[in-house]
Design a protein around this ligand. Structure first.
Ligand code: ADE
Ligand code: ZN
Length: 336
């Protein structure tokens, strides 16, 4: 597994609220005078046994309630960036869900300022570059998404893109066609979760109606070979999250995951952690679990790391610099 550790990596599908480890959740609850409905860190962790996306989201939104101050959002983001150092993650594009916070009275500025200040320190002190992507919660209305976009307009220097997350089934991308058009014309990059639990049709809608630059998850594209061909020909990146898919029962067994199949079909597939505090693994863990379960070769691991940079929103010069490093990273020792 030495190659996985040595390769510089980018993470493009990471919900910052999903990095809230139980220990930090308890510490923030105490700091803010919040009572959690669990007696201990162990009891909370034991509750992380999900049947599907919604059963996870219910706990995830509940956990986010401990985040109240700018310092809380800073501490959350800083803890994640320190974890990135351990895994040799050098570039991150982080999702955040402002409506989860503004709907309970936390100011938009509190959320963005805390996360952004940690990203700036991460660049300065850790050498990790970081961009911020605002996600609309798709279970909420188009009107609420428009109001959130209006708040984001004053933060265009701090927010690179707009995404779409939360409960997928019953909330197709088309529901947000107009607000995504406005986001694009304001200069935001756009991405969307599609084809995690939702059907291939949702991936088509994300491409054709939202005009996304990347598909988050996208693993159900395999059910529509015309869609697989389209994704391959256009080289639309898929930000795949293997351990998330396992925990949320999108797949029953990691050995059955289609990541390797998609990679071998020539799609621009990347590996990501999604919500690592809830799914039992950060980016390095996701790489190692896939390497083992899918018998990935060293060249495939190198390709996956390269794809992370290719699919990123980094300037072309930065992409080229990291791609050279990936191509020349030595395979140390005899093990991967
Ligand atoms: N929010 C956080 N993680 C998510 C996921 N995997 N799918 C949809 N919404 C999410
Ligand atoms: Zn996600």
């Amino acid at each position: 597994m030495q190659l996985i550790q040595s390769l510089p990596k980018a993470e493009l599908h990471l919900h910052i609220e999903g990095t809230l480890e139980p220990e930090l959740m308890f510490a923030l609850a105490q700091r803010n005078g919040v009572t959690l409905p669990y007696p201990s860190v162990e009891a909370l962790r034991a509750a992380y046994d999900f049947d599907d996306l919604q059963s996870f989201l219910d706990l995830y939104y509940q956990g986010a309630d401990v985040l109240r101050t700018e310092q809380d959002f800073y501490d959350l983001t800083w803890a994640y960036l320190q974890r990135c150092v351990e895994d040799n993650v050098v570039h991150v594009e982080i999702f955040f869900d402002p409506q989860t916070h503004t709907d309970r009275g936390i100011a938009f500025d509190t959320v963005v300022s805390g996360i952004h200040r940690a990203l700036a320190d991460g660049q300065q002190q850790l050498g990790i570059s970081g961009y911020l992507i605002l996600c609309f919660l798709r279970h909420l209305s188009e009107e609420s998404a428009f109001a959130t976009l209006a708040e984001a307009m004053a933060y265009r220097d701090k927010i690179i893109g707009i995404g779409l997350d939360s409960s997928e089934l019953g909330h197709p991308p088309s529901k947000f066609e107009r607000v995504f058009a406005e986001a694009r014309s304001a200069g935001f990059k756009v991405v969307a979760h599609a084809g995690e639990e939702g059907p291939p049709e949702y991936i088509w809608e994300a491409l054709d109606k939202l005009k996304v630059a990347r598909i988050d998850h996208g693993v159900r594209c395999q059910e529509d070979m015309a869609l697989v061909d389209e994704l391959e020909q256009r080289q639309v990146p898929l930000t795949v999250c293997p351990l998330s898919n396992l925990k949320l029962k999108v797949v029953d067994d990691l050995a059955e995951h289609n990541l390797r199949w998609l990679l071998e079909r020539g799609l621009l597939v990347t590996i990501n952690a999604d919500d690592p505090a809830y799914f039992g693994g950060y980016l390095g863990d996701n790489y190692r679990a896939c390497a083992e379960a899918l018998a990935l070769t060293d060249e495939q691991l190198r390709q996956l790391a390269a794809n992370g940079f290719k699919a990123s929103f980094l300037p072309e010069s930065e992409k080229a610099r990291w791609l050279t490093v990936v191509a020349t990273t030595e395979r140390l020792k005899m093990t991967r």
